[in-house]
Design a protein around this ligand. Structure first.
Ligand code: HEC
Ligand code: HEC
Ligand code: HEC
Ligand code: HEC
Ligand code: HEC
Length: 192
């Protein structure tokens, strides 16, 4: 009996080690390179520009949205106009091209995530996206993470990686219990 348990534990430990190796080998870079060196630390941190000034759709739609090039140029026709990164910005504006920003946060197609009810329930952007105003480049470790799931199973990790199902459901359960919200737990509300 004791021997069997020992073998079980050893197998699990081996499994965990293999998974963590596989994970670190295939790990995504936390922050992608962007076409223009836009910094949230400068805009939202130093100059305290409101998140929703640039991500204006968050309170009224499914998406948070990204600012148009002309919104950037509202300031940068004058501000720092001589700097190379701002000249790149001006080139997109003059050619009437959108900036091909690289997406960071993304749930799979079969998941329905609307921003509006979360913003209305006063869940702050930072709760889900981290301290963006301190980031020179926005990055995140999100999505399915086998190592973390295994640690969770063994009771060694307390919270799930952002954007996994466990993360959504954990917050819905907690907020419904403590803040009397009506965040859905039915499969069909998040998957349809
Ligand atoms: C409300 C005004 C405002 C808006 C809107 C704004 N910026 Fe800025 N931005 C600033 C200020 C102020 C600085 C700091 C300039 C300095 O260092 O003197 C800055 C700095 C920058 C820099 C660094 C320039 C350098 O190399 O030193 C980049 C790049 C930049 N902004 C890109 C953008 C982009 C892209 C957008 C649109 C998504 C945008 N900004 C929107 C005010 C703004
Ligand atoms: C001056 C405009 C501006 C302000 C203010 C601003 N952002 Fe952004 N944000 C952008 C731009 C442009 C991008 C795309 C480039 C990037 O990822 O850095 C972006 C990207 C993001 C992303 C990643 C989107 C993705 O691809 O998944 C998040 C999350 C985000 N912003 C949150 C915030 C939060 C939270 C605040 C306030 C603390 C904020 N932003 C303030 C312009 C802004
Ligand atoms: C409850 C968690 C949560 C909150 C609160 C939240 N977001 Fe998001 N955000 C997400 C998720 C999940 C995604 C990926 C959605 C997808 O792939 O459809 C996302 C995607 C984004 C994106 C990129 C795609 C898009 O919708 O345009 C931006 C930009 C963004 N969020 C900014 C913000 C800002 C700004 C706030 C605060 C006003 C905010 N978010 C509040 C979870 C959240
Ligand atoms: C930090 C807490 C938190 C996280 C994380 C979170 N939610 Fe929510 N969610 C809420 C709250 C609070 C509400 C609003 C409940 C209310 O209005 O009473 C809500 C509401 C919703 C709704 C209901 C929309 C409606 O119209 O009724 C959906 C769908 C939803 N969330 C999906 C998701 C998905 C998918 C994720 C993960 C990708 C997620 N949520 C992550 C707190 C959260
Ligand atoms: C609050 C939102 C939410 C609810 C409620 C929810 N899910 Fe999910 N589900 C997600 C998100 C986000 C993902 C994608 C991330 C991931 O795979 O963890 C997902 C992924 C899945 C996947 C794919 C997993 C994989 O391995 O690829 C299945 C299957 C699934 N959900 C089934 C269900 C069932 C069955 C229920 C009801 C008992 C349910 N979900 C309830 C948010 C939710």
């Amino acid at each position: 009996m004791r021997r069997q348990v020992g073998v079980g534990v050893a197998t699990l430990a081996l499994f965990a080690a293999i998974l963590s190796l596989a994970h670190s080998a295939g790990a995504q870079p936390a922050a992608p390179a962007q076409p223009i060196a836009f910094s949230h630390q400068i805009h939202a941190g130093q100059y305290k520009i409101n998140c929703q000034y640039c991500h204006a759709d968050a309170r009224r739609s499914e998406y948070a949205g990204l600012p148009s090039v002309s919104r950037c140029m509202g300031c940068h026709k004058i501000t720092a106009a001589d700097r190379p990164e701002i000249q790149k910005l001006a080139a997109f504006f003059n050619e009437k091209k959108p900036i091909p920003w690289v997406r960071v946060f993304k749930v799979p197609e079969y998941v329905h995530f609307p921003h509006k009810p979360h913003v209305r329930a006063e869940v702050t952007c930072q709760t889900c996206h981290g301290p963006v105003e301190t980031m020179a480049v926005v990055g995140a470790t999100t999505g399915q993470n086998l190592t973390n799931d295994l640690l969770n199973l063994l009771g060694l990790a307390r919270s799930s990686t952002p954007l996994t199902m466990g993360w959504c459901v954990e917050c819905h359960t907690t907020m419904n219990a403590t803040k009397q919200t009506k965040a859905p737990l039915e499969c069909v509300v998040c998957h349809h």
